[in-house]
Ligand binder design. Structure first.
Ligand code: NAD
Length: 320
């Protein structure tokens, strides 16, 4: 089997390669060539940790396996980041383990790639202003991936903890884009594309904030109880997601679904837009992509990075 250590990922995987891998696997999910296994996520009653598995099989991309890991809130005392994960790939022809790949940076890249794929396929034409809600670790990856998709001329941003906004300002400066910190009503009125990537448990972006033709990538909600958007906003938008069952149970759309403002049939898998089976934005004023994060995204980027690592002599081969 092959090992690709976490420290090698930054030198191997590019946002472009992550985008291509995630776009392809979303299409494979829509055409029935790939499916996700039920998610396991457990509070293990030790070190306040949340641990789990996200797995699946992509017949077209020949990726079978799982990402194992979770959230260890006390990791600072070990000099480690709180999110820890490893991807394990298996040979779909034999069942033998094929690779173990550091999953921390890959998680950030695949999450950013998902919102970027949604922007490519759903954003209003000529979108110029990118609005960022959230300024944590993921936000910089999100902004970088979004900036690659088109013609943004400016970034505006808001965060519940304003002292963190320097991350958005620094990232925008790095991308050569002007940045302005704004309040949410201005963000909702001016942004053509909005990315939300927070750990909020109450709606931040309200229906009344959002004006005109807008695409929203709601990326923070990946667990029951989390919430970033007003269900009334969800109720009036055209809705897309990575996986419908996950979006209405643990994703952003769980709240509008619970309030019966939407049903499963109102939500379209984005893969259908990628394959041309659905028109996408059409004449909708507001579109929302609920990025819940599926195991197949992890397998797709891990599969791509194993190939790159083998080509560049960075993969370590061991017998198991
Ligand atoms: P982080 O801890 O670095 O940053 C947290 C962000 O949320 C900051 O903007 C912070 O100000 C804000 N925040 C924290 N507590 C809040 C609260 N109670 N109410 C409102 N906002 C709050 O986290 P990160 O790594 O940037 O991840 C952000 C979110 O994205 C997390 O909730 C994480 O679980 C989620 N995530 C989703 C996916 C996916 O595939 N959808 C993948 C990775 C992470």
């Amino acid at each position: 089997m092959w090992f690709v250590p976490e420290k090698e990922i930054a030198g191997l995987m590019t946002p472009e390669a992550a985008f291509d891998a995630v776009e392809a696997v979303f299409a494979a999910m829509a055409s029935g060539d790939a499916y996700n296994f039920p998610v396991v996520r457990e509070a293990i009653g030790y070190e306040d940790a949340l641990y789990g598995f996200k797995g699946g099989f992509d017949r077209k991309g020949a990726n079978l396996g799982l990402k194992a890991g979770g959230y260890w809130p006390n990791n600072q005392k070990h000099g480690l980041i709180n999110h820890q994960s490893t991807v394990f790939l298996f040979d779909p022809d034999t069942g033998r383990v094929a690779a173990a790949v550091g999953g921390n940076l890959l998680t950030a890249l695949r999450t950013a790639a998902a919102s970027a794929v949604s922007i490519k396929h759903l954003a209003p034409k000529g979108a110029k202003v990118l609005g960022m809600i959230g300024a944590g670790h993921q936000s910089a990856f999100q902004m970088r991936a979004a900036a690659r998709t088109g013609s943004f001329e400016k970034v505006i941003g808001w965060n519940p903890h304003p002292e963190m906004l320097s991350r958005l300002a620094d990232t925008a400066a790095d991308l050569g884009l002007p940045f302005e910190a704004v309040e949410l009503p201005r963000l909702g009125a001016e942004a053509d594309v909005i990315i939300s990537i927070t750990s909020a448990f109450e709606p931040l972006l309200m229906d009344a904030h959002v004006k005109g033709s807008t695409h929203i990538a709601a990326m923070g909600t990946d667990t029951k109880g989390k919430q970033e958007l007003d269900p009334a906003l969800v109720g009036r938008a055209r809705l897309f997601t990575d996986e419908v069952a996950q979006s209405v149970s643990i994703g952003e759309f769980q709240h509008a679904a619970a309030q019966k403002k939407i049903s499963d049939s109102d939500v379209t898998a984005i893969g259908r837009v990628i394959t041309g089976d659905h028109e996408g934005r059409g004449d909708a004023e507001v579109t929302i992509f609920d990025g819940t994060g599926v195991g197949l995204q992890d397998l797709a980027v891990a599969g791509a990075v194993v190939e790159l690592a083998k080509q560049q002599g960075k993969a370590i081969e061991v017998e198991i």
